[in-house]
Design a protein around this ligand. Structure first.
Ligand code: MG
Length: 241
């Protein structure tokens, strides 16, 4: 009985407070979000994006040792096997990334050897790049996977020889002043306009052998993997968040 009386009193109080409110109590006007103009065609860079590859040069990138050695032909950037992964000169934290890739002709290759490359957020966490056209492999290593952590929600790859479009939304991990993990990384991945990772919470880095773990770090370059096959990339842009 006492409980009912108290609950009723609280309800009455909140209703009467609500009755005194005006719409403006829950509206604010600052800070004003920056004006960003979208591109005039889908997939092109909006006004505040950093263009990482515009089809012409590798000025935004470097190699594991010295300059990036990958090839540029017809506006496409192609992995030159054996020359190593490439990374941006600029370091990043939270980002929105747009990147398009095309797998090479499969030849005799299968599984992980068919068009393998990778997009490493903060040089550490891999979104797998792989030919997904009738290509059997472990599902947490297929195209759209967070390598060895999470299979994609769908196989959104189209056909070998066609351009595939990734849009990636990344929130990097946070570490406290004692270097302890404060909050893990979270990723959303859209492949060809289809959601394949929905706010997936990463368990750590994405090793080939062993289990994921976190090692404290700050801003780091975006890295593209040389895994020995001639995967092509184009139209790479990024927005810092
Ligand atoms: Mg890979």
């Amino acid at each position: 009985m006492k409980k009912i009386i108290i609950t009723s009193a609280l309800l009455y109080l909140s209703f009467s407070l609500l009755a005194q409110m005006v719409p403006g109590d829950t509206e604010w006007y600052a800070p004003i979000p920056p004006k960003v103009s979208p591109a005039n065609k889908p997939g092109a860079a909006p006004s505040d994006a950093i263009i990482l590859f515009n089809g012409e040069d590798l000025s935004m990138w470097k190699g594991e040792k010295g300059d990036a050695q990958w090839e540029i032909r017809n506006g496409e950037l192609t992995v030159k096997p054996g020359t190593g992964s490439i990374m941006t000169r600029q370091h990043f934290g939270d980002v929105q990334l747009h990147i398009e890739f095309k797998s090479p002709a499969p030849g005799q290759h299968s599984g992980q050897n068919r068009g393998n490359s990778g997009i490493f957020l903060q040089s550490t966490y891999e979104v797998q790049v792989l030919d997904g056209d009738n290509n059997d492999t472990y599902v947490n290593g297929m195209v759209g996977s967070i390598y060895k952590q999470q299979a994609p929600l769908a196989n959104a790859y189209t056909h070998n020889g066609e351009w595939q479009v990734y849009d990636i939304y990344w929130r990097g991990p946070r570490f406290d002043i004692e270097s302890k993990l404060e909050s893990p990384a979270i990723i959303t991945v859209v492949l060809n306009d289809i959601l394949v990772q929905n706010n997936f919470v990463l368990k750590g880095h994405t090793p080939y052998i062993g289990y994921p773990a976190y090692t404290p770090h700050g801003l780091l370059p975006l890295m593209l993997q040389d895994h020995g096959t001639e995967v092509a990339y184009r139209n790479i842009w990024i927005r810092e968040l």
